[in-house]
Design a protein around this ligand. Structure first.
Ligand SMILES: O=C[C@H](O)COP(=O)(O)O
Length: 329
């Protein structure tokens, strides 16, 4: 099988940071997106391209290494987080790892993503694994607590050992097109992160237009976001391919203008191996190979791994097992 695994030797996946830049309002205001063209292009990603047989298995393993294995539920407990971390360390059964010829470097997930009070148990459970802990923060998922509390929450999560912070932006600032306010808040959040990497969740399902999605993507990158992320998983509409296309093209434009590579994280509602392949195709076609690594690409998901494991089992054995055999994640 082609080897597309990522290195999982350190708990910080990407040492490079996006330094950000001054807010360039002209660039933000010039954002324009042709909705039907974006929808047509997104549709071709899953119809024109397909990935077959052993390449499909390699891509599915790749999707595991890029997965932020997530639990963000009101009834999360340290016990649940420990079980999730065990799955992150060993996302595939040993017999599948052997059969896929991965025993010398078995895959792990890209990160584990939890609420701030679950960071400490996650850090403990992942000690020595090289898997970073990501924490949501800033009043996730609505982001409507006062700014000092949102910044304090970031500092708390970093203090507990989170290496990555997934913040939510203030959607009202986008809907009011108050780009300076959005820029200032995200910049303050980046400062509060210290060494931790900043992912900015746009909650695209709340932003009304693709033009707003593009503009918000640019403002977050200008303010120093290391990743831009689609959704919390709690909006009515979460990650979609047209929205993701707009965001990755904003990443491309930002790189062309600044030379900086910003990562992308689709999240929310991604549950099937087919979804994982579709987003990997998007990354490869729009941004190229560097964005097929966990340093620049993550899939945020609470229930995707089960189907990926099931499809890999089918690849290895020719049979599907019952869904309940892959209960965790
Ligand atoms: O950031 C990750 C999302 O909250 C996960 O959403 P999901 O539960 O729909 O997979």
């Amino acid at each position: 099988m082609p080897d597309q695994r990522a290195d999982a030797d350190t708990a910080v996946r990407n040492t490079h940071r996006n330094p950000g830049m001054a807010l360039e309002l002209d660039w933000v205001e010039a954002a324009r997106v042709n909705l039907s063209a974006a929808e047509r292009r997104a549709a071709t990603l899953t119809t024109r391209r397909s990935v077959k047989k052993e390449y499909q298995a390699a891509w599915l393993v790749k999707s595991i290494t890029c997965m932020d294995l997530t639990t963000l539920a009101g009834d999360d407990t340290p016990g649940r987080v420990q079980r999730l971390c065990a799955k992150a360390r060993r996302p595939l059964r040993d017999d599948l790892v052997e059969a896929l010829d991965l025993a010398d470097r078995p895959p792990t997930t890209g990160a584990v993503c939890v609420y701030p009070t679950m960071v400490a148990p996650a850090v403990k459970a992942l000690a020595g694994s090289g898997i970073p802990v990501a924490s949501v923060a800033t009043g996730f998922p609505a982001g409507l607590t006062p700014l000092p509390q949102r910044l304090a929450e970031i500092r708390y999560a970093v203090g507990e050992g989170a290496a990555e912070i997934d913040i939510v932006i203030n959607r009202a600032q986008v809907l009011n097109r108050d780009w300076a306010a959005l820029y200032d808040e995200v910049k303050a959040m980046r400062e509060a992160c210290g060494e931790a990497h900043l992912k900015t969740i746009l909650a695209t399902g709340d932003l009304k237009t693709l033009r707003n999605v593009e503009a918000a993507s640019l403002v977050c990158m200008m303010a120093g976001a290391d990743f831009i992320k689609t959704s919390t998983g709690k909006e009515d509409v979460n990650a979609t391919l047209p929205v993701s296309l707009v965001m990755v093209r904003a990443i491309r434009d930002y790189q062309a203008r600044t030379g900086e590579r910003v990562g992308f994280k689709p999240a929310g509602g991604l549950r099937t191996a087919k979804d994982a392949i579709a987003w990997l195709i998007l990354m490869k076609e729009e941004l190229g190979r560097p964005w097929l690594e966990p340093e620049l690409f993550r899939i945020g998901a609470s229930s995707l791994l089960a189907d990926v494991e099931r499809q890999l089992e089918h690849f290895v054995t020719g049979r599907y097992s019952a869904g309940h055999r892959h209960a965790a994640a």
